[in-house]
Ligand binder design. Structure first.
Ligand SMILES: [Zn+2]
Length: 67
């Protein structure tokens, strides 16, 4: 995960906000968002928050399964 230089837009389809974070597509996984891009996904502030929330939810579900 890294900072993004200015001028890169969010990879989420339909979003035109400039990106703040980049994540490898592998790590992004099933973030629940439609994104463009081959290897890296660029996310704006809002979508990064949204993605983190989604992945946290998935982690919580995984944990619940082990109970
Ligand atoms: Zn966005």
């Amino acid at each position: 995960m890294g900072k993004v230089s200015k001028g890169v837009n969010c990879s989420v389809v339909g979003c035109k906000t400039s990106a703040e974070r980049s994540i490898s597509k592998e790590k992004f996984g099933s973030g629940g968002l439609s994104v463009s891009g081959e290897k890296r996904v660029f996310l704006c502030h809002e979508h990064y928050k949204q993605w983190k929330k989604t992945t946290k939810k998935e982690r919580d579900l995984d944990r619940a399964r082990f109970r």
